[in-house]
Design a protein around this ligand. Structure first.
Ligand SMILES: [Fe+2]
Length: 188
């Protein structure tokens, strides 16, 4: 095909293609909802493994408590999907996959080691911080989109994530002290 004719044909095809609607904040809200829905379901699978691996009973209890909360958080997200008239569907989120992969690596590399709990705590807090960031954004967008009920549900989850983060921070001090004592005993 001559160069000019080829150009004309390309122009014709492009003209026939329906123009895509501009992406709005509501589209971004739905995409991010799918992202966090995927993340919560991934966390549901990860938390029991972390609870099982933890040496500290308190840490295992904190993971189990958050597992129950996470089940409720998934239900809240499903409620929001229903409000939007959309099916509850996750979209693979590389960020949460990366954070949970790191956690899995710690569980493998530090199995039976005194520093395991400190590593588990750090991994769990990385997850919480990711979720806090996402839920803060989603809550603000829901408010901007005039979705007061969705904003309330997202705020309820955000409160739980923040409370979990604080509880883990407090546990970190006792867990790390305990490990330091154990290391000193082993060194003596
Ligand atoms: Fe969560």
């Amino acid at each position: 095909m001559a160069k000019q004719a080829k150009k004309r044909a390309t122009r014709k095809t492009a003209a026939r293609r329906p123009r895509q609607a501009p992406k709005m904040l509501s589209d971004l809200f739905l995409e991010t909802l799918k992202d966090i829905y995927f993340a919560e379901n991934k966390i549901l699978k990860t938390l029991p493994k972390m609870a099982k691996a933890a040496h500290s009973k308190q840490l295992a209890a904190a993971f189990n408590k958050h597992l129950r909360e996470t089940q409720g958080q998934v239900k809240r997200l499903e409620q929001i999907f229903r409000m939007l008239g959309k099916p509850a569907r996750g979209k693979p989120c590389e960020a949460i996959n990366g954070i949970t992969d790191e956690g899995a690596e710690i569980m493998k590399d530090f199995k039976g080691a005194p520093a395991l709990d400190a590593g588990l705590l750090a991994a769990a807090q990385a997850v919480e911080h990711y979720e806090i960031s996402r839920y803060g954004t989603l809550r603000t967008w829901a408010e901007e989109l005039g979705m007061a009920d969705a904003a309330r549900l997202l705020q309820a989850t955000l409160d739980e994530e923040e409370a979990t983060d604080h509880a883990l921070s407090e546990l970190a001090t006792s867990v790390i002290n305990l490990e330091a004592e154990q290391e000193m005993r082993e060194a003596a």
